[in-house]
Design a protein around this ligand. Sequence first.
Ligand SMILES: Cc1cc2nc3c(=O)[nH]c(=O)nc-3n(C[C@H](O)[C@H](O)[C@H](O)COP(=O)(O)O)c2cc1C
Length: 193
Amino acid sequence: MDECGIAAVLGTLDYEIFVLTAAHQERRNGQIVCWVVPATIVPQLPRILVGIGRTTFTHELIEASRAFALNLLGKDQWPLVAHFGFRSGRETDKFATLPCERGVTGSPILPGTVGYLECRVRIVFDAGPGAHLFYLADVIEGKILTNSSPLCLHQLPELLPPEDLATMRRLLEQDARCNLALLSKSSYQQQTE
Ligand SMILES: Cc1cc2nc3c(=O)[nH]c(=O)nc-3n(C[C@H](O)[C@H](O)[C@H](O)COP(=O)(O)O)c2cc1C
């Protein structure tokens, strides 16, 4: 397998960056996500597919509420990548210093973003240990909030301070190592079954 060739092709893809928020009872939280794909061509029944790590605090809130909101960050909102993506809401209230409203699903809606979508979970696809969970959700509300251009993954190296960029790469490598160990174990088990 040509790992470099595969990485080169995948590296040409770019992803918009969202803060995915969810709430259940008095708990609320948000995390950065970039695996977000429109999943229907029918405008009357909009659906979206989102990949979420099974260990995040936000994932727990989605499971409890079966709903979430996707807040599409503008290019000038890059500081929120570290705020929502580098630590867990289990350790800190990420909304303590940030204003937000509640949407129709109860999920926090951030001001000043490009816009938001509110979603109710339809089906969860579980590819097993080490793989993200994929949530197929109905989009039930949405609104453009500003005319800023969306923040994308490929822009982060030029926007983030070097220490934030180093932290992001370290966290990504750490997660990839954990996932690789679990994925290798489960594919070994499948081969020997
Ligand atoms: C640029 C970037 C993209 C990310 N994309 C995803 C993603 O698509 N899915 C995901 O589950 N986590 C993603 N993460 C990681 C989570 O945002 C991160 O683990 C977060 O701290 C989880 O927070 P929580 O435990 O408060 O929910 C991304 C992080 C960064 C910095």
